[in-house]
Design a protein. Structure first.
Length: 115
């Protein structure tokens, strides 16, 4: 994929990103979560597509993020919603790491399942 964003914005330090507790940040008036997944830092949509609950308040367990309101769950590797809900997958955003700092593209750039 050849995407050259205009700018990158520092949003966190690498050490601030956990595997068990999502770090919620604001980017372009959107909620974005940062999580360490299998050693890689990922940025995911921060609001549940069902009722806009703040997913960073949810529970991470066995590779899934559980919505704090209605218990829908989303697979952390790709944002896909678990069985029984039929919700769209969470958006994933392009991340860059440099000098122990986490950057998001401005404007936000989504990445797909095959990236």
């Amino acid at each position: 994929m050849d995407i050259s964003p205009q700018t990158w914005r520092a949003v966190a330090q690498v050490d601030d990103v956990s595997e068990t507790e999502p770090l919620e940040i604001a980017a372009e008036n959107r909620s974005v979560m940062l999580l360490r997944i299998a050693g890689e830092i990922r940025a995911l949509q921060g609001n549940c597509p069902h009722a806009a609950a703040r997913l960073a308040k949810g529970r991470v367990e066995d590779g899934w993020l559980h919505c704090p309101h209605h218990k829908a769950r989303f697979r952390l590797t790709d944002g896909v919603c678990g069985p029984g809900w039929g919700l769209p997958a969470l958006l994933r955003y392009m991340v860059k790491l440099e000098d122990e700092t986490v950057y998001l593209a401005e404007p936000l750039v989504t990445v797909g399942k095959d990236d």
